[in-house]
Design a protein around this ligand. Sequence first.
Ligand code: SAM
Length: 247
Amino acid sequence: MTTAPGYATDFADRYDEWFTPTTATTDATVALLSRLTGSAPPGPVLELGVGTGRVALPLAARGHQVHGIDAAKTMVEQLRAKPGGEQLTIRIGDFAEVEQEEEFALVYVANGSFFELASQQDQLRCFARVARRLRPGGLFVLDAHLPEALAASAAAGAQPVTSANGAPVLRTRRIHPAAQRYVSDYLVLDEGLFRHVRVAFRYAAPGELDLMAVAAGLRLRERFGGWSGAPFDDTSTWHVSVYELPA
Ligand SMILES: C[S@@+](CC[C@H](N)C(=O)[O-])C[C@H]1O[C@@H](n2cnc3c(N)ncnc32)[C@H](O)[C@@H]1O
């Protein structure tokens, strides 16, 4: 069993205020996932690192049967407290393992969470476990930063981040290319106090992710430059990759 990240255990009740992407990004994420289910076999959908339900709840509200995995009970408690939260099937556990017994039409991981898996071995295992739980023709969708964009962001120093409640949030990234790791430090000004949140990641370029997919028996079906469905091109800093289990 993996240990839940510190931000998830210590600040789950503040996560939505401080760390959720914009409503427009969430709407686009839900719309693209919903569209992709149209080209997947029928069946339930699984979110890895479901968190407080930012994506899972609106996706379920569109009529999809949504399951989730998260290591942090604290985050899932937030999800459960929201309208529709009791209806989702959630397992507390490690998403590198995907211990679900059901077979899914689509599995997804959003908001850069895949890189929270701390090693190449864990990331490979996640791909393999997802592939085992997909129906033939099923899809695995993940979003991720490009390494070049992470390096540029690290070089830029402390950057303001837009938070949902308007709280001032500053983020600094430190990148360790030799280890393919980066660390994000957030400083949040909360009722006159600075809160510090650190998150560690293991990053991989799209080509490495594609090889992990091949090793798991999946193939790249398409790659977007973001959840908006924009083309993936030389200007992209982020990607949404769609892998398919051959039918
Ligand atoms: C950045 S949050 C994103 C939550 C949600 N997907 C969203 O987009 O709003 C990542 C979530 O993944 C969970 N998580 C991180 N590593 C995990 C792991 N190895 N197994 C299960 N959950 C994990 C964290 O507890 C957290 O709830």
